[in-house]
Design a protein around this ligand. Structure first.
Ligand SMILES: NC(=O)c1ccc[n+]([C@@H]2O[C@H](COP(=O)([O-])OP(=O)(O)OC[C@H]3O[C@@H](n4cnc5c(N)ncnc54)[C@H](O)[C@@H]3O)[C@@H](O)[C@H]2O)c1
Length: 256
């Protein structure tokens, strides 16, 4: 990874930050993308302190023009794009009655369309060089159905289907395309007010008790995964030339 250029979307979030640090420790130059530049302040300082170069950019992954601009700036700055981690995502929780069309579009536009437009823009610069690795962040929710997360689950199944299809499309062109499927990680998606643990509380339960119960009942290993677990797997996949079209779960056995 030394001196390779790695672009990460959602780099200001819990998993994105850990992925950025893991690649920085391998000596990669980083292009950190999030919807607002202020979300990238801490992580930019952290990777710069590890001695690598970093570019932080505000872009909306749900808009092709926005992400194409970020990819072009990455190439103009570092001369190439070697690895892209399409990690930005949003969660939505609700029963079928609670999810309206607007809410469906909000989740699908970032999680599914976002992965499509990012991959499209990234392949435009990777294909001429006949090399590259793309890793899309799916989820355990891309492998199993989950009550009250139907639109999120639909978006993540879409990520895996899209990943497999594009992997086949570019397999002979030196580019790998894979999905990473995180299990349960205590970032803002799960923890705090409005997070999944909060929404999945049983009567009389606190958010903390719901978090503990869900971990123990859903994950065979009985423990949550960390953002560092995901980052470790992502760096491995990005370095593996013959792994392509896979959706690799790091989930304590939840989808086994
Ligand atoms: N936390 C978990 O347990 C878990 C489990 C499985 C999958 N995931 C997936 O991992 C990825 C990262 O999630 P996280 O847990 O770090 O969540 P997070 O909320 O901490 O981070 C998500 C980041 O994406 C950014 N983002 C959202 N919409 C964007 C847009 N339109 N354009 C650019 N950036 C945007 C947010 O600003 C945020 O910084 C997501 O795709 C999520 O679905 C998370």
């Amino acid at each position: 990874m030394k001196n390779k250029t790695v672009l990460i979307t959602g780099a200001g979030g819990g998993i994105g930050k850990a992925i950025a640090v893991a690649f920085a420790k391998k000596g990669a130059n980083l292009v950190l993308v999030d919807v607002k530049k202020e979300f990238l302040k801490d992580i930019t300082e952290e990777v710069l302190s590890l001695g690598v170069k970093a570019l932080s950019l505000a872009a909306n992954v749900a808009e092709y023009a926005s992400i194409k601009g970020a990819v072009e700036e990455a190439v103009a700055t570092f001369g190439a794009l070697d690895v892209a981690i399409n990690n930005a995502g949003v969660v939505g929780i609700g029963s079928i009655e609670e999810i309206d069309e607007q809410e469906w579009d909000r989740v699908l536009s970032v999680n599914a369309k976002g992965v499509f437009v990012c991959t499209k823009a990234e392949l435009e610069v990777m294909k001429p060089k006949k090399q590259g690795a793309i890793i899309n962040t799916a989820s355990i929710a891309g492998k199993i159905g989950m009550a009250h997360l139907s639109h999120y689950v639909a978006s993540k199944f879409a990520v895996i289907g899209f990943t497999n299809s594009i992997a086949k499309e570019v397999a002979a062109e030196g580019i790998t395309v894979n999905a990473i499927c995180p299990g349960i990680i205590g970032t803002g998606m799960w923890r705090g007010e409005g997070g999944i643990a909060d929404r999945w509380k049983q009567p009389g339960e606190t958010e903390e008790q719901s978090w503990e119960r869900n971990k123990k009942t859903l994950i065979p290993q009985g423990v949550d995964q960390t953002a560092d677990d995901i980052a470790q797997a992502v760096v491995f996949i990005a370095s593996a030339p013959h792994i392509t079209g896979q959706a690799i779960a790091v989930d304590g056995g939840m989808t086994m």
